[in-house]
Design a protein around this ligand. Sequence first.
Ligand code: HEM
Length: 186
Amino acid sequence: MYGMVNKAVEELVCLHHGEDVWQRIKDRANVDVDVFISNEAYPDDITYRLVGAASEILGQPADEILIAFGEHWVLHTAQKGYGQLMLAGGRTLPEFLSNLPNLHSRVAMIFPKLQPPRFECRDITPHSLRLHYYSHRPGLSAFVVGLMQGLGTMFHTPVTVRLAIPKGDASEPDVFDVTWSTTSAT
Ligand code: HEM
């Protein structure tokens, strides 16, 4: 994954636990990179090792870390670093979700080595939809939960996300039920 992902993990850990803890996590993960370069592609394995080591050192389940990371990604990394792309996604949560399938195609214009996830929105109602999330990467469904929660906060729209059908194999999607309140959408 591009270095911006590992940088964001670093930022999240340093924000809550400080640089010493981040150094311990890198040591535990056997990651010998001083500074991650945002627009350089790194092996996925590095990101997985960092999250695994963070889970061990912080004594928190990896899924909890991935949820926090998803929220941080939307509310800090994406909004600050890629604000225009996020704005172009829509003005409300349902609008943004319906445009989600196209978002990473735009990102891929800037980052040509991107191996993005694929999203499909199904069964759309005024207050819910089913999100199909395809990825060749395993174990990231909790990250998607955090991303949805971050988007709810970003749009001041209370949202609930539930993994309804976990994927069986790599070619299948994880299917999430996403439900939001229609009263407080801005
Ligand atoms: C403009 C903002 C965004 C940028 C620049 C961005 C960029 C990226 C990058 C660089 C990766 C790593 C993949 C790689 O390097 O090959 C990634 C992965 C991912 N992104 Fe985004 N992204 C953005 C917004 C979002 C949003 C709003 C969602 C919400 C659903 C999302 C969902 C994901 C997921 C689930 C992955 C994990 C990779 C996988 O499943 O295979 N991204 N994104």
